[in-house]
Write a protein that binds this ligand. Structure first.
Ligand code: NAG
Length: 335
């Protein structure tokens, strides 16, 4: 299989930055306006009469990453936290949640696409998985590839329902205070399809890698995983030749249905599998051997996964309204 992604540059974000108020990552983490509850290994989203992320049908949580993905030291600008992506019910917009682990407080920000030198619009993807790597945020774009956003250029906007530039010259983002602009786009190039359903970073590989995989609910279609190498100095995919096309360095037809997330740690791959309204499974797999299926390991509707070497933790999350959590497991205790 030749799996490859072509980098297409987005218009430079630098020129836009002058028009918006830039804030740094720690400011957003420290500006939480909602709070998670529950035990530290199973945290539930805020659920109040006037604001209910735990039960809303308007937004659905999908992807997870953390400051431990962003930087090897594990914290970013002094903060220890998670990022979570949510797609809107119509898949026409994505928000990213900054969760400060020390306070359990969180705030949502909106992903935006800079469509003109002085304007931006919403990003219409499912956002099934995310990876935070240095100052870049990688978001899967199902049939198209991966979009990359700039965590070094978070902009503060005014309140207001519109997204982008308003008639009075102000900027707003559907009521969200911060926006994160797209800077790159890796587009899938082969003639056959690949479904970019989830993504995770592997810092135990050298060089660093990302792993991507396909969700399928029917055995008629292949279910594959692919890994690409990363260049930590540029925070881009490693390429050869022309310099804009990245080839997968590892690919596997795994034939596991309903995969929602996977993370590779020291050559062992952990996979979350959803089972409708029933509890989800965690599979652990060393390529070349049969996978071990830990049936009912997760609460219903597990999604994307992420690893943190501090504490040897695997992070996951669930998407179903009425049962939405950020989950933390000890990797060494997963059979
Ligand atoms: C982030 O911005 C705040 C406010 O401008 C500033 O006090 C802080 O030093 C900045 N932190 C970093 C790590 O840049």
């Amino acid at each position: 299989m030749k799996l490859s992604l072509l980098l297409t540059a987005c218009a430079a974000v630098v020129s836009y930055a002058q028009q918006y108020k830039k804030v740094n990552v720690s400011e957003v983490f420290k500006d939480g306006n909602h709070e998670m509850t529950g035990s530290s290994t199973k945290l539930a989203w805020e659920s109040k009469p006037d604001f209910d992320d735990f039960n809303t049908h308007k937004w659905v949580p999908q992807g997870i990453s953390s400051t431990a993905d962003a930087l090897d030291v594990g914290t970013y600008e002094g903060v220890d936290g998670w990022l979570v992506s949510w797609h809107r019910d119509d898949d026409k917009s994505v928000r990213i949640t900054f969760v400060d682990k020390s306070t359990k407080k969180y705030r949502h920000a909106l992903l935006v696409y800079p469509e003109a030198a002085d304007d931006f619009k919403e990003v219409p993807v499912h956002a099934g998985g995310i990876v935070w790597y240095g100052s870049t945020l990688w978001v899967v774009d199902t049939s198209n590839g991966i979009r990359v956003f700039d965590m070094g250029n978070i902009w503060e906007v005014e309140s207001g329902d519109g997204v982008g530039k308003n008639a009075d010259g102000s900027y707003s983002a559907a009521g969200y205070k911060y926006v994160i602009p797209q800077i790159r786009w890796y587009k899938w190039t082969p003639s056959f399809k690949f479904r970019h359903s989830f993504i995770a970073l592997d810092r135990t590989a050298s060089p660093d890698r990302i792993i991507l995989g396909e969700y399928q609910s029917s055995a008629d279609l292949p279910t594959r995983m692919v890994q690409y190498e990363l260049d930590y100095t540029t925070r881009k995919l490693r390429t050869s030749g022309s310099g804009t096309t990245a080839r997968g360095v590892w690919a596997y037809c795994v034939d596991i249905l309903r995969m929602q997330g996977a993370v590779s740690v020291n050559n062992k791959i952990f996979i979350s599998q959803s089972n409708g309204a029933s509890k989800g499974d965690m599979l652990s797999w060393v390529p070349g051997s049969l996978a071990k299926d830990n049936v009912g390991f997760f609460p219903p509707s597990p999604e994307d996964l992420s690893y943190d070497k501090r504490g040897d933790a695997i992070y996951g999350l669930t998407e179903v309204a009425g049962g939405r959590y950020i989950l933390t497991y000890k990797r060494s205790s997963i059979p």
